[in-house]
Design a protein. Sequence first.
Length: 250
Amino acid sequence: MTVPPEADPEGTAVRLRSIPEASVARLALYLRMLGEFSEQGAETVSSDELAAATGVNPAKLRKDLSFIGSYGIRGVGYEVRPLLHQLEQALGLNHRQAVALVGVGNLGHALAGYGGFGGRGFPVVALFDVDPDLVGIHINGILVEHVREIPLISAERGVTIGMIATPGPAAQAVCDLLVSAGVQCILNFAPVVLQVPGDVEVRKVDLAVELQILAFHVARRHLDDATATAVNGHPVNGHRVNGAKGLSES
């Protein structure tokens, strides 16, 4: 007899701690796509279909799902609703995740105004800033409070995740206030590396770094195209390459 995960919390916790970080990211991707399949009325989905929809290798997908105890049914695949439930439980979405956002400047204001967080189980319940022109206004119906209120309000509203969208010099002090309120998971948009206790998880989002990575891929594709052109014997940078041997002529 299989013990339901909720009836074996210790075993479930051990299993979830063993999931590699890269697999966790893909589990979130599978969850989003399964939600779309469910909205379309699909009752089952094969590993190949789910893999194709998420751009993941089918064998890797099956390995990822095995971490949460889901192996599918031969010839059928996975039942969409039960797998959705398993993924939500594994990703902690069966519990309320209240979010506090600190820094409601240009980026923060956009994040605060985005309605999609609540729909995915991450309601923003508190907003903080130090700018007197921002403190006291409402964004999406939420009052912007002064950062000095972070410990009190975060504790009162049960904040579990903090988002930091402040300038770099202010980020560490804000982080310390969130940690003092018991917040153990932080999403950091500030351009600094935060120092936190060992039991606090920080995810850093650096848009400039992401653009630099994309620039690398653009440059590599240009190089690949140039190499392919050279191998085919077409001129490259004023030279002509003979065949695949790469012998150039002036």
